[in-house]
Write a protein that binds this ligand. Structure first.
Ligand code: GDP
Length: 453
């Protein structure tokens, strides 16, 4: 395998920048450009040892750096690694990387260091995915989820479930391979009870996915409603600054205004859509079209109403245009006299909240509603989390196969048929930790990583 190199710190001015080199010739590549002040070669160092010295290019000093040596297999990638810590200027880190590449290393692909760690058995696929989640974590809960995965908790849970399935397989195989021996009959009811327990474990694992996905990937929340109900005012309030223009002239917001903020621990992208209404204004018409696309794409829709007046035709038109299953009714202007018919709101929406964008009343309730929507309560005391669509899909496929096995048991199918289904479930589950993941899957996982990780 090639010796690879990349900048492992953010490409922005900082105190220190790190260029990481990994592979068989990592140490010789580094030695060819680095001279320590005491004359020691990096090749003569043990692992976890560092030297202070200079990087040279064309006999000129480029920077004073620390070179830290890791020896295989005791490194992040499991290969020989040298990390060069230089001054953290954007130009200088790029220049040192360039010199490293001119001296025998090739530029790493995104996620290639972690991919090598996986291929060298330093971590399984779920742990590698957690590394990425940790890097992108924006809140304490997201960080906890990522660390739990990185510490191998999901891996351990999957091993435990696989062991239970293997036990069942062993019982079934013993019975079918040695039918004449004195092996007790397979108790179908007991088998069903065991499958029930495994299924309950898998279902519980997946039940936290919507909350973990929201915490890790964030939520897209579209704010809609007819003109003048207070959409821009709410966006500004949630953003904490005047992001959108507020005015009582209908049609002020003509394009989708976007901003990011945190709702509790959840990173949120808010979209203030143009009021949806029939209009002849060509610019507003384009805004309305974009608003509709945005609504289709959103995870949650805040549908705003002016609670100081009764529902109008335009409100009803908005209701008819949205996916109610992902909508929350936000009854704004709670500081004014209530005229809205709450029974009518209840008819359309399973959740509503009263707020005043003017005086911030009800904003905590709105945040709680978002938590409720993604099932944050399910995270509860859980310590094991599914933290990506890939893992969620694998668990779901395993659940389907095991449910099929249960049906087969109920319908009196042969134990051979059930054995095949349980073997299938084991094969699918093994993909979660990457034991039998194809190159395509592995490449897809690591392509989402950033360069230098
Ligand atoms: P949009 O067209 O839906 O984006 O509505 P705006 O945010 O531009 O607000 C329209 C008008 O309603 C402005 O005059 C706001 O000051 C006013 N408004 C917004 N929220 C509230 C509220 O909670 N209470 C009251 N009394 N007025 C509000």
């Amino acid at each position: 395998m090639h010796t690879i190199a990349a900048i492992s710190t953010a490409l922005a001015p900082g105190g220190i920048g790190i260029i990481r080199i990994s592979g068989d010739s990592a140490i010789s590549v580094a030695d060819s450009i680095f001279k320590s002040f005491d004359g020691t070669k990096l090749a003569d160092l043990n692992g976890y040892c560092a030297k202070f010295g200079r990087i040279f290019y064309n006999r000129s000093v480029v920077d004073r750096v620390i070179a830290l040596v890791f020896r295989a297999p005791h490194s992040y990638t499991g290969e020989n690694v040298v990390e060069i810590s230089c001054h953290g200027g954007v130009y200088i880190v790029q220049k040192i990387l360039d010199i490293v590449l001119k001296n025998g290393a090739v530029l790493a692909q995104p996620g290639e260091f972690t991919k090598r760690a996986f291929l060298n058995g330093k971590m399984d696929l779920s742990e590698a995915e957690s590394v990425m989640n940790l890097i992108s974590a924006q809140g304490e809960k997201a960080e906890k989820i990522a660390v739990s995965g990185m510490e191998g908790k999901i891996n351990k849970k999957i091993i435990q479930i696989k062991t239970s399935l293997v036990d069942i397989m062993a019982g079934l195989s013993a019975w079918s391979d040695f039918p004449d021996e004195d092996i007790p009959q397979v108790d179908r009811n007991l088998l069903k009870t065991k499958l029930d327990a495994i299924l309950a474990d898998l279902i519980s694992l997946n039940s936290t996915f919507f909350a973990t996905r929201a915490l890790i990937n964030g939520l897209k929340i579209a704010v809609t409603g007819c003109p003048n109900v207070g959409k821009s005012s709410l966006l500004n309030l949630l953003m904490g600054y005047q992001r959108a223009i507020v005015s009582d002239i209908a049609g002020t917001t003509r394009d989708v205004v976007e901003g990011t903020t945190m709702i509790g621990d959840i990173p949120v992208t808010l979209f203030d859509t143009a009021g949806i209404r029939d209009t002849v204004d060509i610019v507003e018409k384009l805004g309305v079209q974009r608003a509709k696309e945005c609504l289709a794409d959103a995870d949650i829709i805040f549908v705003l109403f002016d609670s100081s007046r009764t529902l109008c035709e335009n409100d009803r038109e908005v209701i008819s245009l949205i996916d109610l299953s992902k909508s929350v009714a936000v009854l704004n202007k709670s500081d004014l006299q209530l005229s809205l018919d709450l029974d009518e709101i209840n008819k359309y929406f399973s959740r509503y909240v009263r707020i005043s964008a003017k005086n911030s009343a009800g904003i905590d309730e709105l945040k709680n509603l978002v938590y409720d929507f993604v099932g944050m309560d399910k995270l509860g005391g859980s310590e094991v989390f599914i933290s990506g669509q890939r893992q969620f899909d694998i668990i779901n496929r395993t659940i389907s196969i095991l449910k099929e096995a249960q049906c087969a048991l109920d319908n009196g199918m042969t134990l051979d048929a059930i054995t095949v289904l349980i073997q299938n479930s084991l094969d699918v589950l093994a993909q979660l930790t990457g034991e039998n993941a194809t190159d395509e899957v592995i490449n897809a996982v690591f392509s989402k990583f950033c360069l230098g990780k």
